[in-house]
Design a protein around this ligand. Structure first.
Ligand code: CA
Length: 250
């Protein structure tokens, strides 16, 4: 081979190496871009999911609670609206009723500062007596709105073991009678047995699910969720009420 040919061969080999390196770079660039696009897609998906899913812990607009349909304690003109999502079978709900509610009622509800609303969220045994008790509550409310909170108190006072199926129509009617609610008890029994107000309970659950509630009792003060750790802390609740009162300018 002549010197000229050797030089030419070397040049060609060099060109081939450069061409290979260029191709390698191109493939690497393409891989980086593809990974980038996939990553961006994942980020967008996560974001969209976060935006469209239930937002536990977020502020809830007043109309979401459908206040006008819910049993209410206290003045409709009260500047602070509190919502309690509860299950008559839930021991913690009984605790809220017996430890927080009396103070809340004395200090705020009776003074026209707070109006308390109740929304069913049957969670302990949603396919059994948690639902029966919720339907009973709606039936009492429909028959005699003023009797609802007495029924609420009476059911918690006679609450059975959460592992047992105690909230039967007979038991719930007996509780109403013992509390002297002065209702048409035969109608109450029939309404419970016929599940006449099942849809009202489902409507309540739809509210709970929409706003992402997963436990009871869950409490909102003017649409602001009370943190789980503060639900049984009256001082914390009082603080939130005072803040809400200030914000509504009263
Ligand atoms: Ca309701």
């Amino acid at each position: 081979m002549s010197n000229k040919q050797t030089a030419q061969n070397k040049r060609i080999q060099k060109q081939l190496r450069q061409e290979k390196a260029r191709r390698r770079n191109k493939v690497q660039q393409l891989m980086v871009w593809t990974l980038g696009v996939i990553l961006l897609g994942v980020v967008v998906l996560v974001f969209v999911n976060a935006m469209s899913g239930p937002k536990a812990g977020a502020t809830v607009e007043a109309q979401e609670f459908q206040y006008e349909k819910q049993p209410a304690l206290g003045s409709a003109d009260a500047p602070v609206k509190i919502v309690e999502f509860a299950d008559f079978k839930c021991p913690a709900c009984k605790q809220f009723d017996q430890t927080i509610l009396p103070q809340l009622q004395k200090e705020y509800v009776d003074k026209g500062v707070v109006q308390l609303h109740f929304i069913n969220f049957p969670i302990i045994s949603p396919n059994a007596d948690s639902r029966t008790a919720a339907i009973a509550g709606e039936a009492v409310y429909s028959q005699k709105p003023d009797a609802f909170w007495k029924f609420y108190e009476a059911v918690y006072a006679q609450q059975g073991d959460e592992r047992l199926n105690w909230a039967t129509s007979d038991k719930l009617v007996q509780i109403a009678k013992d509390a002297n609610l002065q209702l048409d008890y035969d109608k109450l029994k029939a309404d419970i047995d016929d599940k006449k107000f099942a849809q009202n309970v489902r409507d309540d659950e739809a509210i709970a699910n929409k706003i992402g509630i997963h436990s009871t009792p869950t409490v909102y003060i003017n649409g602001q969720p009370v943190a789980e750790k503060d639900t049984f802390d009256y001082a914390a609740i009082k603080n939130l009420i005072e803040k809400s009162k200030g914000e509504t300018g009263k």
